[in-house]
Ligand binder design. Structure first.
Ligand SMILES: [Zn+2]
Length: 269
């Protein structure tokens, strides 16, 4: 590992470390309080807690405590527990669990995922003790982050547009997102309800009330649906509705919501 100068962090490298100079570097640390919920292991407040939960074998109570520990407290508590026969940090399977946790953290934090996506400096992991740089352990964790950055960079941004149902766009995935005629499961997932559509049409609810209720629908959409949408093969997704351009329409709300919540997946066309 080259010896990095901590003073130059951000310009020459990014340190995945709880004391990084950059908020992204600190966020990427295993110590960070950033809940994860994995199939098979359950909920943890930090990857550090998960790490010791798998590699150590305390009493049931001690193991459960690791779910709620973050930062140095997790390390301090975890490393006193006896080693587990099941997992060691060098096991492939253990590393796969940590990889899944990292992936989930990125999925849950699109803002950080976006900063990581557009970062170009080498990723590394070292400690600084009293101004002295010491190589960090478990460099494979750095490799997992490198792999995830690459994955993010290879994800193309989907361009989002809208049009009247009678118009389709060439080279685009045209999706009817109306409650009346949506056919695809994705189209149906993003459709409003008859209740708000009719309420709005008959002036029983205002634009603001419609917006609020439609955003509530969007907030319940599964992450899988969002990724299915992002993975449609053409790079322009065109949402279709019966409203004309410039009219108040849920397709505008949908586009704004997707871009605001998943900036690493979508952009406005
Ligand atoms: Zn509409």
């Amino acid at each position: 590992m080259p010896l990095w100068n901590p003073e130059e962090e951000g310009k020459t490298h990014l340190n995945i470390y709880s004391q990084s100079r950059l908020s992204l570097g600190r966020w990427m640390s295993n110590w960070t309080n950033d809940p994860i919920d994995l199939e098979g292991t359950g909920k943890f407040l930090s990857i550090e807690g998960l790490w010791y939960y798998l590699t150590r074998e305390g009493t049931e109570e001690e193991q459960e405590k690791l779910r709620y520990l973050t930062g140095f407290a997790a390390k301090e508590f975890g490393r006193k527990l006896p080693h587990s026969d099941l997992f060691s940090p060098n096991d492939k399977h253990f590393q796969q669990v940590i990889h899944a946790a990292i992936r989930q953290r990125l999925d849950n934090s699109p803002e950080y995922a976006n900063v990581l996506r557009f970062s170009t400096v080498p990723l590394t992991h070292y400690y600084v003790f009293n101004g002295v740089v010491r190589e960090g352990s478990y460099q494979w964790v750095v490799d997992l982050w490198k792999e995830e950055r690459q994955r993010l960079q290879q994800t193309n941004l989907q361009l989002l547009t809208r049009s009247h149902l009678s118009k389709t766009r060439e080279q685009a995935t045209n999706i009817d997102v109306t409650i009346k005629s949506a056919v695809s499961s994705i189209g149906k997932a993003f459709a409003p309800t008859w209740e708000i559509v009719m309420g709005h049409k008959e002036h029983r609810i205002t634009d603001e009330e419609y917006t609020e209720q439609y955003l509530a629908i969007l907030s319940k959409i599964s992450r899988q649906t969002i990724f299915d949408l992002a993975n449609t093969n053409l790079l322009n997704i065109n949402f279709q509705c019966y409203c004309n351009d410039e009219q108040f329409c849920h397709t505008y709300l949908l586009i704004d919501w997707l871009v605001a919540n998943y900036p690493h997946l979508f952009t406005k066309g």
